[in-house]
Design a protein around this ligand. Structure first.
Ligand code: PMP
Length: 396
């Protein structure tokens, strides 16, 4: 028999979310998550994945993943610190360190648990964390887990950061102070002001942590936001994911050898959760090599991003101030944004609406993630659908 209290809690809260239009329906993708997808038997141009370089369906990665299954099996068999560390994990971490230009790298099962792991392994209740107000949920949860005092600063507001860093230092209350930010903010495609963050960090001796989930593979000729600004020696934690541009799954921190050593003995998902599968590790390593060999995919991603942006801008849509291929189309009213996305779907384009509380009230949008795998024809089709729906709804 199930708990009555639990049933009441679940039923009431699910009904409430549905009433407020905040219940997220899941649309299973039938087949691969490529530039075109199939949902419910319908073929759609996919503008909602983080598969920036199209690597999740790349033949070179598929081949190496299959080989890894043959040589190493389907599971790592244990946590990293018992005997789940396979040669493939070590090779992946070596490649990542070369790619990021750091002494060492530790990898995890996902970007989300990487943030939970790494922040809480270093920061504790006697510390403080200055955190950009728009940081990703996994950063927020990692900060909470650490029990450090969380001091949010206004989004990319360097005066506010400097003021709060000064106050934190002068209070004399904290042993260590960290500043933490996304490298690229995924809702607007804007880039953190890392040069000024580093300047402030140097002035107040702050630990620096950059979550580059959306910058890796995209900025710095693929090596990420830190490389883009030439700050490899100035950022303590270069965190990244293997699930977006890299096309597979996993997360990592690149940094100095002593930091990575510490994370290997103190970060809990490394100690207590089974390592990523051989196929994932092998495919991620191959993806990193592809990025190091050539900027072809990176260049195509930017070309496609610029093409889509130009197309939507010409039609008169507000595409915000994105500095990356991420292309928001800001509609405003939440219900209009949802309706816009629904109509695009009917016209054969999958582009999800993003509304409050993920973005501020009144800035409901449809967010487009063009990738290197899209063809110009696909983008033209998407732009035509935008034009049709935009006119129909009186938005352009
Ligand atoms: N950080 C940021 C900024 C992200 O956008 C995401 C994914 N949404 C993550 C971390 C988590 O990464 P993963 O999906 O690999 O767990």
């Amino acid at each position: 028999m199930s708990s009555k209290v639990l049933d009441e809690f679940l039923n009431e809260n699910i009904a409430d979310l549905k009433d407020r239009g905040l219940y997220n329906e899941i649309d299973p993708v039938e087949g691969a998550n490529g530039p075109k997808i199939q949902i419910d038997g319908k073929e759609l141009i996919n503008l909602s994945s983080n598969n920036y370089l199209g690597l999740s369906t790349d033949d070179r990665l598929k081949k190496i993943a299959k080989q890894a299954v043959d040589t190493h099996g389907v599971g790592a068999g244990a946590v990293r610190t018992i005997n789940g560390t396979l040669d493939l994990h070590i090779e992946l971490e070596k490649r990542l360190a070369e790619f990021k230009g750091t002494e060492a790298v530790i990898s995890y099962q996902s970007g989300f648990n990487c943030n939970m792991a790494a922040i809480s392994a270093v920061m504790d209740k006697n510390d403080a964390i200055l955190s950009d107000q728009l940081n990703h949920a996994s950063i927020i949860d990692g900060c909470r887990l650490s029990k450090a005092k969380i001091i949010p600063f206004n989004h990319s507001d360097m005066d506010d950061l400097r003021k709060k860093a000064k106050e934190a230092v002068e209070s004399g209350q904290y042993n260590k102070i960290m500043v933490i930010t996304d490298g690229v903010f995924s809702m607007d495609g804007d880039v953190a002001n890392l040069p000024e963050i580093v300047e402030i960090a140097e002035e107040f001796d702050l630990i620096t942590y950059v979550d580059d989930a959306h910058g890796s593979g995209v900025l710095g000729k693929g090596a990420g936001t830190v490389k883009h600004f030439g700050l490899q020696d100035k950022i303590d934690f270069q965190m990244g994911t293997l699930s977006k541009a890299i096309g597979v799954i996993g997360g990592y921190v690149a940094g100095k050898a002593n930091l990575i050593d510490w994370l290997k003995v103190r970060s809990r998902p490394f100690l207590f959760s089974t390592a990523v599968s051989p196929a994932d590790a092998a495919a991620s390593k191959r993806a990193i090599e592809i990025l190091m060999e050539s900027t072809e995919l990176h260049d195509r991603l930017w070309e496609n991003g610029n093409y889509l942006k130009e197309g939507l801008k010409k039609l008169g849509f507000d595409i915000g101030d994105s500095e990356t291929p991420i292309t928001p189309c800001i509609i405003g009213d939440e219900k209009d944004a949802q309706q816009f996305s629904k109509r695009l779907y009917e016209e054969g384009v999958y582009a999800k609406s993003i509304v409050f509380p993920t973005v501020p009230r009144g800035t409901g949008r449809v967010r487009n993630m063009p990738t290197a795998a899209h063809t110009k024809e696909m983008l033209d089709e998407a732009i035509a659908a935008y034009e049709k729906v935009g006119k129909e709804m009186g938005l352009i």
